[in-house]
Design a protein around this ligand. Sequence first.
Ligand code: ADP
Length: 182
Amino acid sequence: MKIALFGSPGVGKGTYAAKLEAIYHMPHIATGDLFRAEIKQQTELGKKAKEYIDKGALVPDEITTGMLKNRLDKEDCQNGFLLDGFPRTVKQAEALEGITTLDAIINYFADDEVIIQRLSGRRLCKKDGSIYHITNVPPKQENICDKCSGELYQRDDDKPEAIKERLEVYRTQTKPVLEYYE
Ligand code: ADP
């Protein structure tokens, strides 16, 4: 199955994807994770993407689509995948048609106040990317990943100004993707 998880930032796509990945053994392809890996490795693509990500803006479609195509072309994606965070614009949805055909889209929904509470308390593991929340899903030991003992950190774009911008970007640029598929 080729499935895309859809919904606002912080709605829980990454958390559900990790659970689904463990049950169905499908690769979890998150464009946000791909960008964070490029930033960590200080590649040209990573440097360019960081300028947009830190502001809470979307990375331009051509950069994002090219990066995603490279990933989906790999062997492990040939029988299916869970796409998380793509497509995020109608242009990306159109470009995806030229790369592959989705079997399903799952749309997640939560109220804005819940989203803001989730995003502002979210913490990630520096080593394996596991997702926690300071009160909803706290690690056993403060700031330490349960699975690999890596240090937890808060993403720059999970700070209040960037959260506001990301929710606005979702409303104006990403929500129309639902109508496109409907
Ligand atoms: P969240 O779903 O919590 O916003 P992600 O990890 O999916 O977080 O994305 C982090 C950032 O990476 C986004 O705010 C955006 O800047 C960039 N990004 C991720 N996916 C895309 C995409 N499909 N198109 C453009 N930018 C993207």
